[in-house]
Design a protein around this ligand. Structure first.
Ligand code: NCD
Ligand code: ZN
Ligand code: ZN
Length: 402
């Protein structure tokens, strides 16, 4: 097939190492079919799917059950996370999941969506030791649950959006990150601090790396687009977890990114139903659809001179592929040999309309915004899977990579 290009870019298919679908459990929020169609439409040809589905992926049976659903319904190539919680530490399931082909683990130090919580630091330490033995990376949601408890109680009677922001303060993140760095140092487990939102946490991670710790910082396009005042102005549809921070932290994320202190971009696509967003801010479930806006948001940042295209490819394709062991692909001779490609029009202006998303979630913090840049054609292993923001592949076209 011939592609005609005029002022467009050909980039590698993007690799998102951090997305949540809701199948099994809550297909009405996002099933495998709709969520992977959203990935294709957005220019993401490979996803690694988080384990906090219901039931969560705590053992090999649940992994294989999920993989069978993906084999039937996924539009894009995929790999899986295994979950770590107090239930499976010390049971042999962690090692077994690693052997069964997951590419990373996830654990939650703080309450988020789903039944997974690991707020016992002693068990968390044992989990780090077990993960270290597998050689796989551990993604960690690093917010200190004690601070969240304390501040949420304090904010309970507060009205409006501030209640939400104040219930999850920056210190909950920086404290948790410090604890994690200690555990990385003691155990040597390769660790990703997921969705970092504060400049202070990035400074600490940078210092840890300078001391030789195998720790990586992941930032989301959401936190690189919106600060706290933007979210307050948009309303509950734009609430994310952890929260968008003040403008100083927002600029701090960008400064650190430019200084090389950010290793990964991950969208943290995590949909809920639109009607669930229409609640008091403290009740809004965490997470938003991001797969159809992640690449465009970063193209917009390129358009504004905040980011280079080389850096985008490094953070949202090459580095996640390496971290998850998907680079080069199994069975290929060299990276890129199987032609996962995205054609990008960096000048295309378009208005985000969440009601038109492939995702089952019909809301977005980007809804109504005009963005400059979009993936106009997306190829997976040489076959077109999306065009002009619409998916043209069939469920089941995606393959399991690990
Ligand atoms: C995620 C979810 O909803 O599954 N939520 C979120 O706010 N990002 C879980 C998570 O990454 O914390
Ligand atoms: Zn998280
Ligand atoms: Zn997440």
């Amino acid at each position: 097939e011939q592609i005609e290009l005029d002022g467009e870019w050909i980039l590698p298919g993007f690799v998102d190492g951090h997305i949540h679908l809701r199948e099994p459990g809550y297909v009405e929020k996002e099933g495998i079919e709709t969520g992977t169609a959203a990935a294709a439409a957005g220019g993401v040809t490979t996803i690694v799917e988080m384990p906090n589905t219901t039931p969560p992926v705590l053992d090999v049976d649940r992994l294989e059950e999920k993989a069978a659903r993906f084999a039937r319904d996924s539009h894009v190539d995929h790999a899986f996370f295994g979950a770590i919680t107090e239930e499976n530490v010390g049971t042999g399931n962690i090692e077994a999941l690693a052997e069964a082909g997951i590419t990373a683990f996830k654990t939650f130090m703080a309450t988020s969506f789903g039944p997974l919580l690991m707020d016992d630091k002693g068990v968390l330490y044992r989990a780090f030791e077990e993960v270290s033995d597998t050689g796989l990376p551990l993604y960690i949601h690093a917010e200190d649950e004690e601070y969240l408890d304390e501040f949420t109680t304090r904010c309970k009677d507060q009205d409006g959006m501030d209640a939400f922001f104040d219930s999850r303060p920056p210190i909950a993140e920086t404290t948790a990150v410090s604890d994690v760095l200690d555990m990385v140092e003691a155990t040597g487990a390769e660790t990703v601090i997921a969705h970092v939102t504060t400049a202070e946490a990035l400074s600490r991670i940078r210092d840890g790396r300078a001391d030789g710790l195998p720790v990586h910082a992941e930032v989301t396009p959401y936190h690189l687009t919106f600060d706290r005042s933007d979210v307050a102005a948009i309303g509950t549809a734009a609430i994310g977890t952890p929260p968008a921070r003040d403008s100083q932290n927002f600029e701090g994320l960008w400064t650190h990114l430019r200084n090389g202190d950010v290793q990964l971009l991950g969208s943290d696509h995590a949909p809920h139903r639109l009607e669930e967003r229409d609640q008091p801010p403290l009740e809004v479930p965490p997470g938003m659809p991001q797969l159809e806006t992640a690449v465009p948001a970063m193209l917009e940042a390129i358009d504004r001179g905040r980011l280079s295209v080389e850096k985008l490819v490094e953070l949202y394709a090459e580095s996640p592929a390496r971290l998850h062991g998907l680079y080069p692909r199994k069975g290929t001779i060299r990276p890129g040999a199987d032609a996962d490609l995205v054609v990008v029009d960096p000048d295309r202006e378009w208005e985000v309309d969440a009601t038109r998303f492939e995702s089952a979630a019909d809301y977005s913090p980007f809804d109504g915004m005009t963005l400059t840049g979009m993936a106009t054609a997306v190829y997976q292993r040489g076959t077109m899977i999306a065009k002009g923001g619409e998916t043209v592949s069939e469920p089941g076209d995606g393959i399991r990579l690990s």
